[in-house]
Design a binder for this molecule. Structure first.
Ligand SMILES: NC(=O)c1ccc[n+]([C@@H]2O[C@H](COP(=O)([O-])OP(=O)(O)OC[C@H]3O[C@@H](n4cnc5c(N)ncnc54)[C@H](O)[C@@H]3O)[C@@H](O)[C@H]2O)c1
Length: 284
């Protein structure tokens, strides 16, 4: 049976890589806004903490659940998306492709001349580019307009429609040395985003990308909760100098952009940079 379109304000949301960092903050702010959330992550310990301790009350209220999923394994993705759909009453309104390898440099300070980077290259492409494709593919059957919408025309819907949000990076546009794997995977996500926006339009699905700048995330973790970590203690003088907004980014800055996109019914195919103006600033 085709899923029933959700026109209520409460959305059913799948977040990949939601155990820590930006993903964890996204889940928290989505739940605070009254949405229902299903989290994927590979880090078992961190995921358990986030689901049952950090988000304890939402978990008890049946508003959030999670599954261990390796984003590099397409069969795992396909099976866990079915579990997510079951929890979300057979209807996914929003998919956030956030999970990935967030460190932009080759490990251990090597350059691309080192043949050992080939394996790391593969991991970047699998996790940061192939996984968002595979996740989207698996979620679409639970997102697209139902038969009645197709007959009536998706344009006649009065809601904002389902949406896919890729979390990219400003590194799609600007590099420091030794970031070929990360930058290529993030630039690839841009092409994936605008191509999907065009292909999925007739199904009523909007597709956009949020490109975070420098976001401080250490406090969004089990360790941060246990040791009382905060955003403020992570902001350096350089962060103040580098940003016209006089600070580094908070995970909430990305959540604010995602909440905007969820309700932005006339916005699709966009790369929204959330970097405190850093890309616009002349290097000093
Ligand atoms: N923090 C920043 O400054 C920044 C800047 C630009 C873009 N981003 C992007 O934002 C997203 C989140 O970054 P973050 O800083 O919160 O990173 P993070 O490392 O704190 O979180 C990433 C999450 O993805 C999960 N993950 C990694 N590989 C996985 C796999 N194979 N299967 C399942 N889960 C997996 C991790 O376990 C982790 O929970 C990433 O896509 C990153 O590239 C972050």
């Amino acid at each position: 049976m085709a899923p029933v379109a959700n026109t209520s304000d409460s959305k059913n949301i799948v977040v990949s890589g939601g155990a820590r960092g930006i993903g964890r903050a996204l889940c928290h702010y989505f739940l605070q806004a009254g949405h229902k959330v299903f989290i994927f992550d590979i880090d078992e310990d961190e995921l358990k903490h986030t689901t049952t301790v950090h988000l304890e009350q939402y978990h008890k209220d049946g508003k959030v659940n999670s599954a261990i999923c390796d984003l590099r394994d397409v069969n795992d993705i396909r099976s866990k998306v079915k579990d997510a759909a079951k929890f979300l009453d057979n209807r996914i309104d929003v998919l956030v492709n956030n999970g990935g390898i967030a460190s932009p440099y080759w490990k251990e300070g090597v350059t691309m001349e080192d043949p050992a980077t080939f394996e790391q290259w593969q991991a970047y492409i699998d996790t940061n580019l192939t996984a968002p494709f595979a996740m989207s593919q698996a979620c679409i059957p639970f997102m697209k307009s139902n038969e009645a919408d197709n007959v009536n025309g998706a344009h006649k819907g009065d809601g904002v429609g389902p949406t896919i949000i890729h979390i990219g990076s400003f590194r799609a546009h600007q590099s420091d040395p030794n970031q070929e794997g990360y930058a290529s995977s993030k630039a690839g996500q841009l092409g994936l985003m605008h191509s999907m926006a065009i292909s999925l339009g007739h199904l009523g699905i909007r597709v956009n990308l949020i490109a975070p700048g420098r976001i401080k995330v250490a406090h969004e973790s089990k360790e941060g909760d246990e040791n009382g970590g905060s955003f403020e203690e992570q902001v350096s003088e350089k962060d103040v100098d580098d940003h016209p907004t006089n600070r580094a980014g908070r995970p909430k800055d990305i959540a604010d952009a995602a909440l905007y996109l969820i309700n932005a019914g006339f916005v699709t195919g966009q790369d929204i940079t959330v970097d405190g103006g850093a890309l616009r600033k002349k290097a000093s």
